[in-house]
Design a protein around this ligand. Structure first.
Ligand code: HEC
Ligand code: HEC
Length: 322
């Protein structure tokens, strides 16, 4: 297969070569953090270490780390399991332009959040782990890497920026059907992710993570993660999966997203505190409470048109009050 270990080490080398200029980014970061926190950047927090943290997440800060203090993630996924090609692939879940998007308001957290907060969002949910201290070497290194990607993006030509993905996912006008999704899964996904969704480990050592990551179960993202929302998962799957040949129809992507998210996965505590302004909660957020009267099942699988219409009517009624 073309994306075996060899292809991975080639990518590895390409990205490493591109890391020249890291000093400049760290310089900028250094000024920023000195200006904001009065702290300095630890020498070990290099762009290259940041890149490795996104790629070899399980090894460097996973649950099998020999130093218990370094066990930050609960899942043995890598950040790069979702942020493909270590965030460098343009399009869906690319991290190339993320540095410029923060700080910004987060409806989920109910306040303005910066890039470090956002990384911790994925640590808590996608990686089913705990927050990294904001001034830890690991946090600063990952932030430096993402800033570095932003610089590379700014310097790159238009043609290299273009995402070659299928047309964006268009939501079918019906509920997603996990039973139909099971058929898609068996035909198009099981070969890599396994009939039981548990993926394929890279080696016999759990700390080495996965060649093909698990899609549910104890080593997967938790129920508070973005990927646990059927519309988010369907958009990702339509654009990216099957890896190397993303050719599913909207219906197939919708149903298989429902199928993978119909299985058990780790539970995150405190989810009821998400989206303090309830009306900002995404329609497909599978956990309550919601501001609307629709059942949990409909939030999880749709159909979403009715829910969307209900919110539109609420907004209209409110603006009529003035
Ligand atoms: C299971 C899949 C998954 C994994 C694993 C994952 N993420 Fe994410 N990440 C997402 C999703 C989904 C989003 C939200 C995209 C959106 O808001 O539309 C996201 C968003 C982000 C963003 C904000 C991007 C932007 O431009 O706004 C950053 C930064 C990020 N992740 C970093 C990380 C880091 C660092 C790790 C590893 C510690 C990680 N992610 C692991 C799925 C994942
Ligand atoms: C040819 C192998 C292959 C096939 C087939 C494939 N995937 Fe993947 N998938 C991967 C790899 C590899 C990754 C992680 C990306 C990386 O490491 O570069 C991934 C990542 C994912 C992720 C995000 C990470 C996670 O663990 O949650 C999801 C979701 C996913 N695949 C769903 C699917 C679905 C649904 C299908 C079937 C439609 C599918 N994949 C088919 C190889 C494959």
């Amino acid at each position: 297969m073309s994306y075996g270990r060899e292809a991975r080490s080639f990518l590895f080398a390409t990205v490493a070569t591109a890391s020249v200029g890291a000093g400049a980014v760290l310089g900028v970061l250094h000024e920023r953090s000195v200006a904001s926190a009065g702290a300095s950047v630890p020498e070990a927090a290099t762009v290259e270490y940041g890149r490795r943290l996104l790629r070899e997440t399980a090894l460097l800060m996973g649950p099998d780390h020999e130093d218990p203090a370094m066990r930050y993630t609960g899942a043995r996924l890598a950040c790069a399991s979702c942020h493909l090609e270590t965030g460098t692939k343009p399009g869906t879940l690319s991290l190339m332009q993320s540095a410029s998007r923060y700080p910004r308001p987060s409806p989920r957290d109910g306040g303005v959040r910066d890039l470090r907060d956002r990384i911790n969002g994925c640590m808590l949910r996608s990686m089913n782990g705990r927050e990294l201290p904001r001034d830890s070497v690991e946090m600063i290194a990952m932030e430096a890497y993402i800033y570095h990607l932003g610089e590379r993006y700014a310097a790159s030509s238009e043609s290299r920026r273009a995402a070659s993905e299928p047309a964006a996912f268009a939501e079918p006008k019906r509920a997603a059907d996990p039973v139909a999704g099971e058929v898609v899964y068996a035909e198009r996904c099981a070969v890599c992710h396994g009939a039981d969704g548990q993926g394929l480990r890279a080696t016999l050592e759990p700390a080495d993570g996965y060649v093909f990551p698990p899609l549910w179960g104890s080593d997967s993202y938790n129920d508070g993660a973005g990927m646990h929302r059927v519309l988010t998962a369907a958009s990702f799957i339509k654009a990216r999966m099957p890896l190397g040949q993303p050719d599913l129809t909207d219906d197939q992507a919708f149903d298989v997203a429902a199928y993978i998210n119909s299985h058990p996965r780790p539970a995150m505590s405190g989810l009821e505190r998400d989206y303090p302004e309830r009306s900002t909660k995404p329609l497909d957020s599978p956990y309550g409470p919601w501001a609307d009267p629709f059942p949990a099942e409909q939030h999880k699988y749709g159909p979403y048109a009715e829910i969307r219409a209900w919110y539109a009517a609420q907004r209209e009624a409110q603006s009529g009050d003035h």
